[in-house]
Design a protein around this ligand. Structure first.
Ligand code: PMV
Length: 325
């Protein structure tokens, strides 16, 4: 028994609509060309083995009957629960060894947990010849994320599964590819790891305390996302930049930006970017800027001078796929 498969899924960046998307609003998300790879091998014993050195998991092992039980290390959680959910629906008489490696650091906020979840479910479906549609992969992955985090829109899973740049509504109610080709996006990493769940809970508390204002912010963000969708369809980058600035102002109103993010955003704008905003939950992770290719270097330098690390990525990457092993 040595059946194996290697798959990979892209990281993601939220372009528009974060936070509001947790409350039924739309968002725009893109897949980036840095990928997480996962090799899955069938084992004759009913055990789960995991090596994921990028998240400090070395020689982790568990009996399949114990999946989801006991203390699970952070780096193993998403893969273990994905495995458990998959096997609950599709019982098999074998075990599986999983090995992962990633082109991006788990601290960037590119969605390494989501990419790992999607890769696990996709790889298992291929290993055990169970045909799953993209919708089914999304459903099982989304259940896994909710089992672990309790909150989340699932946008990062959609990016990992479908790839490209997509218009996404909460829980995958709408997943529509946008006709986007090359986008002059610049990404600056603050060096600070943000905790998504903490920030989502903070916004929820604000919503309870001040429903009128926060609902108003969500409605404004929804409006901006719809305008951004049209601007993407026309590749009108100046307009997209302007909308990014407006989206950032709304995110500041719910207090999810940070000093470091604000510094990088302001540096990019001063260097001539069409617009800039945080990407994801806020509090740290990455900011994104849009600027003409001709002044890209200036914007990158400005971000670095303001203390950020420029991450060179292309958008619109391919979704989850099989790799040659
Ligand atoms: O922190 P990230 O990159 O996972 O982005 C979170 C985006 C939120 O809208 C705040 C949460 C979500 O699940 O959509």
């Amino acid at each position: 028994m040595d059946k194996k498969v290697r798959v990979s899924a892209p990281g993601k960046l939220m372009l528009f609509g974060e936070h509001a998307v947790v409350y039924g609003k739309p968002s725009i998300v893109t897949a980036v060309n840095q990928r997480l790879s996962l090799k899955a091998t069938v084992l004759k014993d009913m055990v789960f083995e995991l090596n994921a050195p990028e998240v400090e998991i070395i020689n982790y092992e568990k009996n399949l009957v114990d999946l989801g039980q006991g203390v699970i290390p952070k780096g193993a959680k998403f893969i273990e629960i994905a495995l458990m959910n998959f096997f609950k629906k599709n019982p098999v008489k074998y075990g599986v060894r999983i090995e992962t490696s990633s082109e991006f650091k788990a601290t960037f906020g590119f969605g390494s947990s989501s990419a790992a979840t999607v890769c696990t479910i996709y790889a298992l479906s291929k290993l055990f010849d169970i045909n799953l549609t993209k919708e089914e992969i999304f459903k099982l992955s989304y259940k896994t994320v909710l089992d672990i985090q309790g909150v989340g829109s699932g946008f990062d899973l959609a990016a990992a599964i479908y790839g490209g740049t997509i218009f996404f509504v909460t829980g995958g109610k709408v997943i529509k590819p946008l006709p986007v080709k090359s986008t002059p996006l610049i990404v600056g990493y603050t060096g600070i790891k943000a905790d998504t769940t903490t920030l989502v809970n903070k916004v929820n508390k604000k919503l309870q305390d001040n429903p009128k204002e926060v609902t108003g912010v969500f409605a404004s963000i929804e409006h901006l996302v719809l305008l951004a969708q049209k601007a993407f369809e026309k590749a009108d980058f100046e307009k997209i930049g302007e909308l990014m600035n407006l989206n950032q102002s709304e995110l500041e109103r719910i207090d999810v930006s940070s000093k470091q993010l604000d510094n990088l955003i302001s540096a990019a704008r001063k260097a001539g970017a069409y617009g800039a905003k945080l990407s994801g939950a806020g509090g740290g992770d990455c900011m994104i800027a849009l600027g003409d290719f001709s002044i890209r270097k200036n914007i990158e330098r400005a971000i670095e001078d303001a203390g950020g690390q420029v991450l060179r990525v292309d958008v619109n990457a391919e979704g989850v796929k099989i790799e040659k092993s």
